[in-house]
Design a protein around this ligand. Structure first.
Ligand SMILES: [Zn+2]
Length: 258
């Protein structure tokens, strides 16, 4: 294969790797944001469970305080009852005391219900706390993994940039600028000419053009998509002539694999 084409292909391989790494790097912050949102959901669940438990306990305290108030009232009424002048007054006090006692019973019933709920609510809080702790650990591990991946990607990108600079030196300026111009338009700037077609745009190549690509004396461009064409004899298969003028090892390998 023409050395210029080989180098340009090498540039393309490097650029594709760079593009994959850049995509991965760009996706990492989004990935972290997603898992952090899951953490927020876990935190909100815990907050709401805690709020329910707090409301339960507040209600319980309020029932306790109501009972106290009723009890104080009853003892006050009992004192007053001692000095009742008439049976009617006495009965009125009795009636009022009975009403307070009924209220106490109602509070006690409510407390029993609340106590039953407390247990379940406390269990919910404990579960949510454990779940949040588990999520936090998982998120931290994911973040550490993402940071590690990002660092590795950056190191690889640096390495590729150095490699690319070396390869670029070998590519004539005119070919390089053509390569860059096509690459900006479409990710693949160098396309294989296989089975008489441009593998990128599928245009059937003129026999003369196909011959030029095969010979590889100069750079050949697809007449339709303007991509740089290359011919890989070790893998190309022309239905008219069979496998290309491959190095025997390459062609043999190909046959063995199929
Ligand atoms: Zn084409």
């Amino acid at each position: 294969m023409n050395r210029d084409i080989e180098n340009t292909l090498q540039l393309q391989r490097i650029d594709m790797q760079r593009s994959d790494l850049e995509k991965e790097l760009a996706a990492l912050p989004k990935h972290i944001a997603t898992i952090e949102r899951q953490l927020e959901a876990g935190f909100r669940k815990l907050e709401s469970d805690r709020a329910l438990l707090a409301a339960n306990q507040k209600d319980r305290r309020s029932q306790d305080s109501d009972i106290q108030t009723h009890q104080q009232k009853i003892s006050k009424l009992r004192d007053q009852m001692m000095s009742a002048k008439t049976n009617e007054q006495y009965r009125a006090f009795q009636h009022e005391i009975a009403f307070c006692e009924q209220s106490i019973t109602k509070c006690e019933d409510r407390i029993l219900v609340l106590m039953e709920q407390t247990e379940a609510l406390e269990a919910n809080v404990k579960t949510a706390e454990a779940e949040l702790a588990r999520q936090k650990t998982a998120v931290e591990a994911e973040k550490a993994g993402a940071r590690k991946r990002a660092a590795a990607d950056m190191a690889k990108l640096k390495e590729l940039a150095a490699q690319r600079a070396e390869v670029q030196k070998e590519v004539p300026a005119a070919i390089y600028s053509a390569y860059e111009r096509i690459r900006k338009r479409t990710a693949i700037a160098v396309a294989e000419a296989a089975a008489g077609r441009c593998s990128a745009c599928q245009l059937e190549l003129r026999p003369q053009l196909m011959q030029d690509v095969r010979r590889g004396d100069s750079i050949t461009y697809c007449e339709n998509c303007r991509r740089i064409l290359y011919y890989n004899p070790s893998i190309a298969f022309d239905p008219a002539t069979g496998p290309g003028h491959a190095a025997p090892s390459g062609a043999g390998k190909r046959v063995d694999m199929t």
